[in-house]
Design a protein around this ligand. Structure first.
Ligand SMILES: OC[C@H]1O[C@](O)(CO)[C@@H](O)[C@@H]1O
Length: 522
């Protein structure tokens, strides 16, 4: 995510020696556990909020409404601001802590940020597992959110810095893959824990988050610090020795010198935020804001957070609802792996456009299915089995479309288009905007389901149309383009070329016009 070049096989035109050694592979697997805690959390909350015993204990009014006669409006059974606050409070906390974490990560190192992430997450999981009242749930989730903010800030950075440049693209998507695995594990656990007699299974679901949290906590203690971070903090000799160990070769001079140069270059940038406002960074700023907004406006988290609630709403029983979430979770993992395979072969634009069209079609069909069955008053009568199967199938195809497009590319594309001088600032914007919109979708979903009814799916479908058109016209292909040469894609672009300015060695600024026009001095 943050920092570094993520395009496998391209790098900066240089061929740094080094392999995907066992050492680096194991290191990255442990570090990727940071994604697991994020995913576990995304996956666990929906299942828990559909468990009767949990609702009865903490949200009795929602529980009563849900148990009421079938003739009441199905769309509004779960509409409760407190219930959504339970899910979404975490993302506000994550947003705040990711801002703090960026300083910790830079000044004190990636390991320490991961350690904080693991410890905070552990504490949150413990409080949630033992919760006796709603406030304990919310406090627990805020702690989990703080933990996720730290982990999401440091882990992707760590991965990209440890990985040999040829494998950065794949490893970057590895982070998203571990998020999806976390979601799936949570869905599977919910399925089994919900069956525990006595109705205390939700405690295991929520407390179970301690397991991935302990792994990343212990992991952060044994993991090596990245050479980049050591250089950043003036530990040059140690950094060089570490780089040799990580790459498994002794000839690391070229890469080491480049790391030192990159660190120097980023140190002299005094105002990364102000830099970002320069005209020549308009495309980058646009992408840093729009890509995470669009990723969340696909509506994916409606499925990820609330799949069991949603399936229950459309008439599934509790067990079938949790099982369906397991199915969508599996599709998510498999389809994310497809993008690891295809991203550098088929390109980003192809995946975005194909995934977008696939999502759009499914959203329209799901809206039609639900509209036909529930109408506007939300009263389904009997739901035939084949009907439910069709809906689940459509949702799976939608999830697959997301998982090989906006899911991983929402992180990968921003990370590969930012030049070093704006990278940290642009990346913070990307992460924060993602969290804000994750929060917004989580917070308003149940109210939207209640008011927009089947139109909820059309609401997100509308944004999928907008984002697909946006990609078609405004996102240049970045496949196999070294980051240092990325400026070419903007200069060649029909729209963005007009923003491309260059600073000459003598300090004057030129604006290059497309179509061979003469340079115009300003
Ligand atoms: O796999 C789905 C998950 O991926 C994310 O978009 C993060 O990239 C989450 O917001 C979502 O829950």
């Amino acid at each position: 995510m943050a920092g570094g070049n993520f395009v496998p096989g391209t790098g900066n035109g240089k061929e740094y020696p080094g392999n995907l050694s066992l050492y680096v592979t194991l290191t990255c697997i442990v570090a990727a556990m940071g994604g697991l805690i994020f995913g576990y959390d995304i996956g666990i909350s929906g299942g828990v909020t559909s468990m009767d015993s949990f609702l009865e204990e903490f949200f009795p009014s929602v529980y009563r409404k849900q148990k009421a006669d079938d003739s009441t409006n199905q769309y509004c059974k779960f509409d409760s601001q407190t219930l959504t606050m339970f899910t979404s409070s975490l993302y506000l906390a994550a947003l705040l802590s990711s801002l703090v974490a960026s300083t910790v990560t830079r000044k004190l190192g990636r390991k320490l940020s991961m350690l904080f992430g693991g410890l905070l997450f552990c504490a949150g999981a413990l409080i949630n597992g033992l919760a006796q009242a709603v406030w304990m749930l919310i406090v627990g989730r805020i702690l989990l959110g703080f933990g996720i903010g730290f982990a999401n800030q440091s882990v992707p950075l760590y991965l990209s810095e440890m990985a040999p440049y040829k494998y950065r693209g794949a490893l970057n998507i590895g982070f998203q893959l571990s998020i999806t695995i976390g979601i799936l594990v949570a869905n599977v656990l919910n399925y089994f824990f919900a069956k525990i007699p006595g109705g205390w299974g939700w405690r295991l679901s929520l407390g179970g988050a301690m397991v991935p949290a302990l792994i990343i906590t212990i992991g952060s203690l044994v993991l090596p610090e990245t050479p980049n971070s050591m250089i950043e903090r003036g530990r040059q000799d140690e950094a060089k020795a570490k780089l040799k160990r990580i790459r498994g070769v002794s000839n690391v001079d070229e890469e080491f010198n480049d790391l030192v140069a990159a660190s120097e270059a980023s140190r002299i940038v005094e105002h990364p935020w102000r830099n970002l406002l320069q005209r020549k960074y308009r495309p980058h700023l646009t992408m840093a804001i729009l890509i995470p907004i669009f990723q969340q406006l696909t509506g994916i988290n409606v499925i990820m957070f609330y799949a069991p609630v949603l399936f229950k709403t459309i008439g599934f029983g509790s067990e079938a609802s949790l099982m369906s979430a397991v199915i969508t979770g599996s599709v998510n993992v498999v389809a994310t792996s497809v993008s690891i395979y295809g991203v550098d072969k088929w390109g980003r634009r192809f995946l975005f456009l194909e995934g977008g069209s696939q999502m759009l079609l499914c959203q329209i069909l799901v809206a039609i299915c639900i509209a036909l069955k529930f109408g506007v008053d939300g009263n389904p009568g009997e739901l035939p089995k084949w009907y439910a199967i069709v809906v689940v199938l459509l949702i799976c195809i939608y999830v697959a479309g997301f998982a090989w497009s906006w899911g991983p590319l929402g992180w990968l594309v921003p990370s590969e288009i930012f030049p070093l001088e704006i990278r940290s600032a642009a990346q913070s914007i990307n992460v924060s905007v993602n969290m804000v919109f994750t929060f917004a979708v989580a917070q308003i979903f149940l109210a939207m389901l209640c008011h927009l009814k089947f139109g909820l799916f059309l609401f997100f479908a509308f944004f999928v149309i907008i984002m697909t058109i946006f990609i078609f016209f405004f996102l240049p292909e970045t496949k196999n383009i070294p980051i240092e040469e990325m400026v070419i894609v903007w200069k060649d672009h029909w729209f963005w070329s007009r923003f491309m300015t260059e600073v000459n060695f003598n300090g004057s600024i030129e604006i290059e016009k497309k179509g061979g026009d003469a340079y115009k001095k300003v």
